[in-house]
Design a protein around this ligand. Structure first.
Ligand code: 8YV
Length: 326
């Protein structure tokens, strides 16, 4: 009997899948620029026992119905809103994800995005590169201070808590809102648990790191932006679906908030004519929270291990639907 077939829906660092190769025949979508075509995915799924997937590659019922031999879906991400976990569980398919390994890297990027937005770094870089720097004045590209300001973290999971840790280095006052209290963050980092409304009203920096769920979908609407300080900066490094982008645009137009730093969008990738790109006070990134070479390699090794584990009847380290093992 041949080795089980595994399809990888995006180009990943191939050398990190060496261990998995001992257990599986691996094929990978090779285009860097274009996401895997749906018809290709459906065709590959028909013989796949494992799928390594990520981001907006939808793993829905149609795909799982087309994959009668599928045993494991390993997501190269901590978020798994691209996967219909309920259907996978019904079908006994293991779903795994990659938390922890990307926590520091994503927290670094989130804090970097906050700083870039507050201190107008992309605008300043473009200004110099465009040869517009002809003079110097005290208020040239003047931004907002970060130190000693209040950061409000919505979603105090692993990444939220690590951003809070970064914030302590800037002597920030830390507020958080989360489904559950985090005593360690309160004791170790001095973070204060507050209601969502209090966080929105009191924070100079509102940072969203909450996962995409029914509760967080469209959470940041016009009324929420209006409730923020007019000097507030909104940073989103979780999922685009938590923000109503038209409402954010309106809040920026009406100067209800000062600026936004966005690593994620409702529909990714975005085009150059996306309305939010027209704002100087919006810093937009192409969903690169966990995108360091080291972390991407580690994530790839991890999904490889998860798939290999399932093939040898072992439970992977991070399983989203534990009940398939009961
Ligand atoms: C992923 C992310 O790398 O982990 C997540 O949830 O958003 C990123 O770290 C990206 O979504 C690709 O799957």
């Amino acid at each position: 009997m041949g080795k089980p077939f595994v399809y990888v829906t995006r180009k990943v660092p191939e050398h990190c899948l060496e261990e998995l190769r001992e257990f599986a025949e691996i094929e990978m979508w090779q285009e860097e620029e274009i996401p895997v075509k749906r018809e290709v995915l459906l065709e590959k799924a028909a013989k796949a026992e494992g799928i390594i997937t990520m981001l907006s590659d939808k793993v829905d019922r149609e795909l799982m119905d087309a994959a009668p031999n599928l045993k494991v879906i390993a997501n190269l991400a901590v978020g798994f809103d691209n996967i219909d976990v309920k259907t996978a569980t019904e079908k006994g398919i293991v779903v795994s994800n990659t938390p922890d390994v990307l926590t520091d890297t994503t927290a670094d990027l989130t804090f970097g995005l906050l700083m870039a937005t507050a201190r107008r770094l992309p605008e300043a870089v473009n200004y110099v590169k465009a040869g517009e720097w002809k003079n110097w004045g005290p208020l040239l590209m003047a931004g907002k201070d970060i130190h000693h300001k209040t950061i409000g973290i919505v979603g105090m999971g692993r990444i939220g808590a690590t951003v809070a840790k970064r914030a302590t280095g800037f002597d920030m006052n830390i507020l958080y809102h989360n489904r559950s209290r985090k005593p360690e963050a309160e004791a170790d980092l001095g973070a204060r648990y507050v209601s969502f409304d209090e966080l929105i009203e009191e924070s100079d920096y509102v940072v969203c790191l909450a996962p995409m769920t029914e509760d967080t979908k469209d959470l940041f609407n016009y009324d929420v932006f209006k409730q923020m300080k007019t000097s507030a900066i909104f940073v989103n490094a979780s999922r685009g679906g938590v923000v109503l982008e038209d409402d954010l645009q309106r809040a920026l137009d009406e100067k209800e908030i000062a600026a936004a730093g966005l690593d994620v969008f409702r529909q990714e990738p975005i085009d150059a004519d996306h309305p939010l790109l027209a704002y100087d006070n919006v810093v937009a990134l192409p969903h690169i929270g966990s995108a360091s070479v080291e972390t991407r390699e580690e994530m790839t090794r991890m999904v490889g291990r998860h798939v290999a584990n399932v093939f040898v009847g072992r439970k992977p380290e991070y399983v989203v639907n534990e009940s398939v093992f009961n």
